[in-house]
Design a protein around this ligand. Sequence first.
Ligand code: NAP
Length: 214
Amino acid sequence: MRLGILGSGLMGGKLGTIFARAGHEVVFSYARGKEKLKRLAREAGGKARAGTPGEAATQSDVLLLAVHWSRFADVLEQAGDLKRKILLSCSLPMNTDDTGLVVAHTSSGAEELARMVPKARVVSAFNTVPSEVLFGVYEARRKAARPGLVYCGDDERAKHTAAELIRDAGFDPVDAGPLQSARYTEPFALLVARLAYEGKGGPELAYRFVRLGK
Ligand SMILES: NC(=O)c1ccc[n+]([C@@H]2O[C@H](COP(=O)([O-])OP(=O)(O)OC[C@H]3O[C@@H](n4cnc5c(N)ncnc54)[C@H](OP(=O)(O)O)[C@@H]3O)[C@@H](O)[C@H]2O)c1
């Protein structure tokens, strides 16, 4: 796949590196310095390169949105036309000091995003794991017991693509249904963050769903 990373920080930098190592063509974009994007591309290897958000958007079929809620408008404006693009968002609608969600209960960051870019096919994924877990999960991808990862969206083909990328990253995709389910997965992400950063186990925390019964 051709993947554009919009926001090359903790999440975007790591996921872009993993996708490049899994064989995808990756364009890292949106950081405060071009050198950082070039370094990420160099270290990721494979078919990774650095570019602008506009280049990432025009040269890719799937875009990973990995910026703070306060940067959405800016990065989307720089990305330009996202018509028919799959927009995979790991971003959460956090307030400026990252202490709580600014959208919840009756809507979600993912639904607000879909309203901002109505022509894109939005899938919410990867926001329910701390970035610290990503490389370890990718390295253990051949083990039988993979951690789960919930994702949701309204476009079935876009979700299919998202599930493939989730598998490539070493997780078992768990379909949480329509984009509206982000109203539940986004607060769940905050629970995971609380357990990861304030709990005893530290940030290397992943989860697994077990369906009991027949
Ligand atoms: N980190 C996690 O474990 C985690 C887990 C689940 C969900 N999330 C969500 O994922 C999203 C991204 O989180 P993150 O931790 O990856 O954030 P981050 O490390 O701060 O990355 C954000 C990226 O945006 C870039 N950026 C910020 N302001 C910019 C500006 N004015 N111009 C150009 N680039 C700018 C940053 O550049 P620099 O690289 O130069 O700083 C960085 O590359 C957030 O919505 C967060 O809620 C994060």
